[in-house]
Design a protein around this ligand. Structure first.
Ligand SMILES: [Zn+2]
Length: 92
């Protein structure tokens, strides 16, 4: 009984000493995870920004209500579909 106890205790000590390696590995893991999280954080705003920009760039022709990606396309659209009309200014 006593012998088994002491062996178990030694084993506990040994695993405690080996904990140095383990904590080093854990730190490396955490670093990688932090980098991955940083990468995700850097990617997410980019995606939402692009999305918002795409929505913001959407121009609707006030005459035929067709959706265009940007003001230049609206000017082109006016030139081909509504040549007699003047396209609205870009600031609006
Ligand atoms: Zn139109």
């Amino acid at each position: 009984m006593l012998v088994i106890k002491s062996i178990r205790w030694e084993g506990g000590l040994r695993s405690k000493q080996g904990g140095g390696d383990e904590s080093r590995m854990t730190r490396g893991k955490q670093k990688i995870e932090a980098q991955r999280r940083n990468a995700e954080r850097n990617q997410k705003p980019k995606g939402s920004q692009l999305e918002a920009r795409a929505v913001g760039l959407k121009v609707i022709c006030p005459i035929c209500k067709v959706q265009l990606a940007n003001h230049n396309q609206l000017v082109d659209h006016y030139g081909s579909k509504h040549p007699k009309e003047k396209p609205p200014s870009e600031s609006e």
